[in-house]
Ligand binder design. Structure first.
Ligand SMILES: [Zn+2]
Ligand SMILES: [Zn+2]
Length: 190
């Protein structure tokens, strides 16, 4: 609910009934952030669809950390990995025909080029999922991403997406006691 309470002007020291409110925000990657845009457009190659999705999520959530220097391939031990979150170099992954991240799937997606429309759709879905989460869930979700717990984060997001129609409401009801309030009534005095 978005009830707006007009601040009582001119009253000082009177009993203030402060409205408790939740600051809800929808996470939005800043489109003007060129670094973020650059990251989104970084290629992810030799991956299965699942890992591709995970990396894509990371990019969109600003949780993608590009490699600052080439990483060692688990198989050939060469410092040949240039794509973040990959554990096999392109050569080794290609030779074995496995995903360069999970090393399990052999169902490699050839092209990861997405149309702007596809990206937009995914962004919207992402925004919808995040909007359906309470702030606490969102925090936990982002924490999982930070920890590199891709599966946990994905699970949370999936659960949130599936239970969009009120399944989370119990959570939301219990939330709100540790929200910080901003004082906005100090400038009324003259
Ligand atoms: Zn290798
Ligand atoms: Zn994979």
């Amino acid at each position: 609910m978005a009830g707006k309470v007009s601040t009582a002007k001119g009253k000082t020291g009177a009993t203030k009934s402060r409205q408790k409110y939740q600051n809800t925000f929808a996470f939005k990657p800043n489109k003007n952030n060129t670094a973020a845009v650059r990251i989104v457009n970084l290629p992810a190659q030799g991956l299965c669809q699942r890992c591709l999705d995970i990396i894509d999520w990371r990019k969109r959530m600003n949780k993608y950390k590009p490699l600052s220097q080439p990483k060692t391939c688990l198989v050939c031990k060469g410092k040949k990995i240039t794509d973040a979150y990959h554990v096999l170099c392109k050569g080794c992954a290609g030779e074995r025909n496995v995903c360069a991240k999970c090393q399990e799937s052999t169902d490699i997606v050839i092209s990861d080029v997405k149309t702007p429309a596809q990206r937009l759709k995914e962004e919207q879905e992402q925004a919808a999922v995040l909007a359906s989460m309470s702030e606490r869930q969102r925090r936990s979700y982002l924490r999982k991403m930070d920890r590199g717990d891709d599966e946990g984060a994905e699970k949370l997001a999936t659960a949130a997406a599936e239970k969009e129609d009120g399944g989370w409401s119990d959570f939301d009801d219990n939330f709100g006691d540790d929200v910080e309030e901003e004082s906005d009534d100090d400038q009324d005095d003259q």
